[in-house]
Design a protein around this ligand. Sequence first.
Ligand SMILES: [Zn+2]
Ligand SMILES: [Zn+2]
Length: 398
Amino acid sequence: MRINIIRGQNQIGGSIIEVASDSTRILLDAGSELEETDPVAPPIDGLFSGNASFQAAFISHYHGDHIGLCDKILPGIPIFIGKAAGRVTNAARAYMGKPEYHFSGFYESEKPLIVGDMIVTPYLCDHSAFDAYMFHIACNGKTALYTGDFRSHGRKSFRALLKKLPQVDILITEGTTLTRPPTKPVTEVALEQQAFQILSEAEGPAFVLMAGTNIDRLVTVYKAARQAKRILLQDLYLAAISTAAGGCIPRPRDFFDVRVFTTTGADERYEQLRSYGDARIGKKFIVNQNFIMCVRPSMRTYLEKLTELKSFDNGVLLYSMWEGYKEHADMADFLNFMRGEGVKVISLHTSGHADGNTIDDLVEKVRPSVIIPVHTENSAWFSRYQGVAIIEDQVFSF
Ligand SMILES: [Zn+2]
Ligand SMILES: [Zn+2]
């Protein structure tokens, strides 16, 4: 087995990993660089140019730093992703007017797939992207586990996942949080309790600013809103995503206390709105409700009109994203606008990535003899594991 970390070593994002044997080549993730708006594929012959020489590409989850180059992969190479992840990412792209990604098929958790002389087994894990997976690869008597992005403080049981994971020779693991001082991460359930507290104490309207595709967070906000007897108002973008996620994810039509609103009168948006039937709600009705509304900086004009019908005084805005986005000019302007309307901005967020203790637990369970750190700026952290070789070379064969 040969592992080639084409990109994503000593950096966060842009993950592109090749696993090869004498007869088979597969790809794990095809990520763009973080904050790259118009992704450019690096020159990789057989993957992005020339004749296709990979037998399959497996995408761990739909964050851009893992999927952003999947439309640049040569057409002869089949691409696989989780079924719900595929629906969510294409719903988001369709809403934004971007061409949908083409997936050749969908893998399922714990169902092995045979590609040449490799057996690839996905394992569902918890992350801030919905329907995210780790990959176990077995080839000629050797085994490797690639974690993708994961955490133990979401709603899915990490203990249950650990029980399922077999021992491996090589662990390719993310270490996103390892440059930060070690702290115990806040769980999604604890966030839900905090949000409930805030929402029940707030006298005015409530708003939440979150990544539309962070489905775990949507569940957290919905559960808190429900306990605080507020309806959840999703804009058309969020409604498209929650509807694509399906299952038990709070969405208009299937949840009586989730309603959908539009911020524009554009024709195509109106057609989308109509598809939600009685779950639609307009400004005049919104103002008579006890609600929490999903908002984004682009909704400022709409919100200005809403303030003409209802004061935002004593309102709250749950800022449920990475703190760094507050530095962006449009975000800073928006938050200042909301503050000016009498809204208190409260940060309520937790990371989508594993803390050090979680990585310790994983290493203890899968007992690798080799660790290849990826998606981290602190590979040195891994030297704590005695008797384990830490590989920082791009290519590793064994
Ligand atoms: Zn990532
Ligand atoms: Zn991710």
